[in-house]
Write a protein that binds this ligand. Structure first.
Ligand SMILES: NC(=O)c1ccc[n+]([C@@H]2O[C@H](COP(=O)([O-])OP(=O)(O)OC[C@H]3O[C@@H](n4cnc5c(N)ncnc54)[C@H](O)[C@@H]3O)[C@@H](O)[C@H]2O)c1
Length: 285
């Protein structure tokens, strides 16, 4: 099966970037969110990114215009999902909402359509079980920001067929990304390793060992990391990161994943990071 049309659900931090990567590679993309202002917000961010690329002479104006022309925005799920070969879901990190969305899509999409979830922490096999096509369901875990980051984790659920996996691995290459295949396990590869590192950094801050700025600085200067754990938490979204802590703490029964106090309080205060203008750092509007 050849993928030609792709539907991306959610035009937020990840969805708009995923839509851009797909359109840049020549695919027709329908970008869907629950309100028109979110759809337009996502398209505006894509336009801004492309304009910046043209200004920096990283892309021609023709390529930028062609990319944008391949992306159509939708609020109506039925319209967005019509005749697509692949759906990539990047909506909020909530198991019940993801399951309900895929159940609805299962009735709307053609039988051949492959479903991929960009979930960071939820069980891909469990989301797939909400559909009648678990063989055509898998995880496609992108990294933030999608147009820049090179890797995509491809997660094989318990019932994902080899054919589905092969199609998506091939698609990753066509999108200019490096696929990393793994089994369905809490946090997959990258977040399983990232979580203990970030969590221990948050605990250092809770214990008053150092300021969060100094912890970020220490790791960046010692290891040449591009971002420290607090900066990264703000970029990812602290409300998403804490779902990871809670899920992995529950599933793996290890205290290394137990959410740190400062993390819990930031989430409760609504200071989720860049997307709210305030996380550990302040970003303004
Ligand atoms: N932020 C990251 O760094 C990152 C990295 C990898 C994976 N992810 C995963 O990607 C997904 C999205 O994360 P995000 O950071 O883009 O979140 P976000 O909050 O920035 O965007 C989510 C978007 O989904 C929309 N939405 C909510 N319910 C919807 C529905 N039923 N149908 C369509 N759209 C709906 C929201 O309106 C919002 O625009 C999550 O599963 C998250 O775990 C995030």
């Amino acid at each position: 099966m050849e993928i030609k049309r792709i539907c991306v659900l959610g035009a937020g931090a990840m969805g708009h970037g995923i839509a851009q990567v797909c359109a840049q590679a020549g695919y027709d993309v329908s970008l869907r969110d629950i309100e028109d202002k979110f759809v337009q917000g996502g398209i505006d961010r894509i336009r801004k990114f492309l304009d910046g690329s043209v200004e920096r002479k990283k892309m021609t104006r023709e390529k930028a215009d062609a990319t944008l022309s391949r992306i159509k925005g939708y609020v109506d799920l039925k319209e967005a999902a019509r005749d697509v070969d692949l759906v990539i879901e990047a909506i909020i990190e909530n198991m019940e909402i993801k399951k309900a969305t895929f159940k609805e899509l299962d009735a709307l999409c053609p039988a051949h359509t492959i479903f991929a979830s960009n979930t960071s922490y939820q069980c891909v096999t469990e989301i797939a079980a909400a559909t009648k096509r678990p063989d055509k369901f898998l995880g496609m875990h992108w990294f933030n920001p999608p147009p820049i980051m090179r890797g995509v984790e491809v997660i094989k659920g318990e019932k994902t067929s080899q054919e589905t996996l092969d199609i998506i691995v091939d698609l990753c290459h066509k999108l200019g990304k490096q696929p990393g295949v793994c089994k369905d396990s809490p946090g997959f590869i990258v977040n399983r390793l990232l979580q203990p590192w970030r969590n221990e950094s948050f605990r250092l801050y809770d214990e008053g060992v150092a300021s969060f700025q100094d912890i970020d600085k220490a790791l960046k200067t010692a290891y040449n990391f591009r971002m420290g754990p607090f900066e990264l938490g703000d970029l990812v979204g602290l409300e998403i990161a804490i779902v990871g802590n809670e899920t992995m703490y529950r599933e793996l029964k290890s205290d290394v994943f137990k959410p740190a106090r400062c993390h819990i309080m930031k989430v409760r205060a609504g200071d989720w990071g860049r997307k709210t203008g305030q996380g550990f750092y302040e970003y303004g509007k």
